[in-house]
Design a protein around this ligand. Structure first.
Ligand code: NAD
Ligand SMILES: O=C(O)C(=O)C[C@@H](O)[C@H](O)[C@H](O)COP(=O)(O)O
Ligand code: ZN
Length: 363
């Protein structure tokens, strides 16, 4: 087992990465404060893993809330089911919530924990690649609004993150690929050596080679832990973790939540960020091809959906948490492996990028 630490003073916590961790009470119980444990999962994950995690909480009072599965259910309305469960079972302030599932369950459980009685503890047990490399770490929690992705939420850090890589054995291929979009992101932000390693290991990773996957997960968690430790609430460097997201969130919201998976939308967003960076003279055309090629090799899309116009994209992009004084700030690439948050882009070039964004890049 490998441990990565998120260093946030009194809110610091470990990320445990390994196999066969799910039912381990010695590992998990030190992070449970009281006697009441509410497991939050969904209809797909609970039949696979709920029984397996129960031994980790032996001796405690365990309840479970099972949510419907899908990004379209990441809403305030559905979140209420968690509060209904907590209140009807008389959970108090010593309660610990446990998120068992992908990023949707993790974001919702974390937000429920942030709100319930003004804040209780929670533990992340992520079961998708995307949740293991990104969403379970860093304390961004929340739900979607019809007009904008993750627009209702709170920063609330977990007590610990337990990544049992065995859970990836049941993950569908499309979901595995979606997770790789966020993995590629770490390379593009500030780690060109990792980007090169990914280019050299696509085949092994897609075949789910255990060593390659463990390495990619641990390196991603190290990257995210480092950035979050520097800037917990996104007043600076953490915004780089939003590479591709202003474009990607626009696609998710406009197409209807769940039509494009989050990782798929972010993959397209990263290609658009690369294209705009090239028109700004920061990346070469070869760099753009290199980004698009890697994304395609991971079976991810690279172009704006056919039924979205540049005007649709632009309208949705203006609803973004990085907007400041009415100006849409974007994460772009100064060079491969070096991203920046900027409002110093030419709006005409952005519009041009949106206009060509449905055209495939020859790779
Ligand atoms: N908080 C953050 O920092 C952060 C970071 C990235 C993404 N997110 C959010 O995470 C969400 C996307 O997360 P996701 O990609 O995990 O999607 P998801 O939670 O919808 O899970 C994807 C699918 O896989 C299923 N599943 C989960 N684990 C499984 C397993 N082991 N075997 C079989 N099926 C399994 C789920 O039921 C679901 O159908 C989005 O809402 C996104 O906004 C948050
Ligand atoms: O942890 C972060 O910070 C991120 O930006 C990670 C992203 O991958 C994630 O999708 C996040 O939820 C997006 O943040 P948001 O603030 O734009 O909702
Ligand atoms: Zn993301």
């Amino acid at each position: 087992m490998k441990t990565v630490t998120v260093n946030l003073g009194e809110r610091s916590y470990p990320i445990f990465i390994g196999q066969n961790l799910l039912g381990n009470p010695e590992l998990i119980q030190p992070y449970v404060q009281g006697k009441q444990v509410m497991i939050v999962s969904n209809e797909t994950v609970s039949p696979l893993y709920l029984e397996k995690i129960l031994p980790a909480f032996q001796g405690l009072n365990i309840e479970a809330v099972i949510l419907p599965d899908g990004e379209q259910y990441k809403t305030l309305d559905v979140l209420n089911q968690v509060f209904d469960g907590l209140l009807s079972e008389k959970f108090d302030r010593q309660a610990t919530l446990v998120a068992l599932g992908g990023g949707v369950v993790g974001d919702m459980t974390g937000f429920a924990a942030a709100c319930y009685q003004r804040g209780v503890n929670f533990i992340q047990i992520p079961t998708t690649l995307l949740a293991q490399v990104d969403s379970s770490v860093g304390g961004k929690t929340g739900v979607n609004h019809a007009l904008g992705k993750n627009m209702i939420g709170a920063f609330h850090q977990p007590q610990c993150v337990v990544i049992d890589t065995d859970t990836l054995n049941t993950l569908p291929d499309r979901e595995l690929s979606a997770g790789f979009a966020e993995v590629i992101k770490y390379g593009l932000i500030d780690d060109i050596a990792f980007l090169q390693w990914l280019e050299n290991n696509v085949t092994l990773l897609l075949k789910r080679d255990a060593d390659a996957l463990n390495y990619a997960i641990a390196r991603s968690c190290q990257s995210k832990a480092r950035i979050v430790s520097l800037d917990e609430k996104e007043s600076g460097v953490r915004a780089l973790l939003n590479l591709g997201h202003t474009f990607g969130h626009a696609i998710e919201t406009s197409m209807g939540y769940g039509t494009y998976l989050h990782g798929e939308a972010i993959a397209i967003g990263m290609v658009l960020a690369a294209r705009l960076s090239a028109t700004m003279g920061w990346l070469s055309n070869e760099d753009v091809v290199r980004v698009a090629r890697l994304i395609k090799r991971f079976q991810l899309p690279t172009t704006i959906p056919a039924n979205m116009t540049p005007a649709d994209m632009w309208q949705r992009m203006q609803v973004d948490k990085k907007v400041r004084d009415g100006k849409v700030r974007l994460v772009l690439m100064q060079k491969l492996g070096l991203s920046l948050l900027t409002d110093q882009y030419d709006p005409a070039l952005l519009q041009k990028t949106l206009q060509v964004g449905q055209q495939e890049i020859a790779t």
